[in-house]
Design a protein around this ligand. Structure first.
Ligand SMILES: C[S@@+](CC[C@H](N)C(=O)[O-])C[C@H]1O[C@@H](n2cnc3c(N)ncnc32)[C@H](O)[C@@H]1O
Length: 273
C-alpha cells in the first residue's frame, strides 16, 4: 500500500540535520567569539525546524525564523512549534518577512542553510542581503551559510538517496523512500541552475517536482568577496573529509584553507562580524 506523506516531512527527513548544524554553530563560536551562542535567526526558515530544535536544545536559547511564505509558516506553527512545551514557545518567533528587510532584535547568529540565498541571482541583491545580515548581528555575531560545488555541481544529473523509514519530530511516521535531487539545467554563462526534488518509493505516493529551485550557483570566492564587502572581517570555510572505507564524505566538518580533488562537495561558511 502507498502512503501519502506531507512533502515538508519528506524534505526534512531527506536534507536537514539540525544536530549537525547546531554542533557546528557551537564549534564556530568556540573558535571565534569564544562564548556560547544564545540567539539565532533562521533565514528562509520554511518549516522552522532549526529554530525549533535550537530553542529545544537549551532553555537559555531563543530563535527568530524568517520566511516569506505564509502557508509554510502556518504549517510550521501547527506541526513544529506545537511540539514545544509552553515555556519554549515563548522563546521562538516566526515572522513573515522578506530576509532582505528582516527586522529582528540583534542576534548572535544568523543561519541561511540549504542554499536558500542562491535565489538571489544578482550580485547587488546578494550584497544587500549580506549587508542586512551584518546589521542584524550583535558586535561579535556570526553569519553561517552553506553552498555546494565541484565539477558535478555544473552537470545536468540526477542523484538518489535512500531514506530509511522513521518519524518526524511530531511523531508522524513515514515509510522508507528515495529522495531524488535533479539538476535539470545549468547555464555556464550566468551560472543559473534549475533543480528539482522528487520523492518516490514502494510504499509512498510519489511526488514529482515536490520542490523546485531556480538559483545562481555562487562560488566560494564570490561569496567571500561579497561578505567582505558587506563588512564581515573574516570568513572561514568548513568542509567534510573523505572516508575511503565508506566511499563517501565522512560527515566531520573541519575548517580548511585547501580542498582538492573532490567532484562534488558541500561547504559551510562562517562569516565573523
Ligand atoms: C529551501 S527552503 C529552506 C528550508 C529550510 N530553511 C532548510 O534549511 O532546508 C527555502 C525557503 O525560502 C523562502 N524564501 C524565498 N525567498 C525568500 C525571501 N526573500 N525572504 C524570506 N524567505 C524567502 C521560501 O518561502 C522557502 O520556504
Amino acid at each position: 500500500m502507498k502512503h501519502p506523506v506531507d512533502p515538508h516531512v519528506l524534505y526534512e527527513a531527506s536534507v536537514q540535520g539540525t544536530d549537525v548544524d547546531i554542533a557546528l554553530f557551537e564549534k564556530i563560536f568556540k573558535r571565534g567569539p569564544g562564548r556560547a551562542p544564545l540567539t539565532l535567526r533562521e533565514d528562509f526558515c520554511g518549516t522552522g525546524l532549526l529554530a525549533r530544535d535550537w530553542v529545544a536544545s537549551d532553555s537559555r536559547r531563543s530563535a527568530w525564523g524568517v520566511d516569506l511564505h505564509q502557508p509554510t509558516l502556518t504549517w510550521a506553527r501547527r506541526h513544529r512549534l506545537s511540539t514545544l512545551p509552553p515555556e519554549a514557545l515563548e522563546r521562538i518567533h516566526l515572522l513573515r518577512q522578506n530576509v532582505l528587510h528582516a527586522r529582528t532584535p540583534p542576534v548572535d547568529l544568523v543561519a541561511a542553510l540549504n542554499f536558500s540565498y542562491m535565489i538571489f541571482r544578482e550580485r547587488s541583491t546578494l550584497l544587500a542581503y549580506f549587508t542586512s545580515v551584518y546589521r542584524s548581528l550583535v558586535d561579535d555575531g556570526v553569519f553561517v551559510l552553506d553552498l555546494f560545488g565541484g565539477p558535478h555541481a555544473q552537470q545536468v544529473m540526477t542523484e538518489e538517496k535512500d531514506i530509511p523509514a522513521g518519524e518526524d519530530v511530531e511523531g508522524t511516521p513515514y515509510p522508507a523512500f528515495t529522495y531524488v535531487w535533479e539538476q535539470a539545467r545549468f547555464n555556464a554563462v550566468d551560472q543559473s541552475i534549475l533543480c528539482h526534488i522528487h520523492f518516490k518509493g514502494r510504499h509512498l505516493v510519489s511526488q514529482t517536482k515536490a520542490f523546485t529551485y531556480a538559483w545562481r550557483l555562487w562560488s566560494i570566492t564570490e561569496l567571500r568577496d561579497l561578505l567582505a564587502e558587506a563588512g564581515f572581517r573574516q570568513t572561514d570555510s568548513y568542509f567534510e573529509g573523505w572516508s575511503d572505507a565508506h566511499g563517501s564524505a565522512d560527515g566531520i566538518l573541519r575548517r580548511r584553507t585547501r580542498y582538492e580533488g573532490m567532484d562534488a562537495w558541500v561547504a559551510y561558511l562562517a562569516a565573523y562580524r
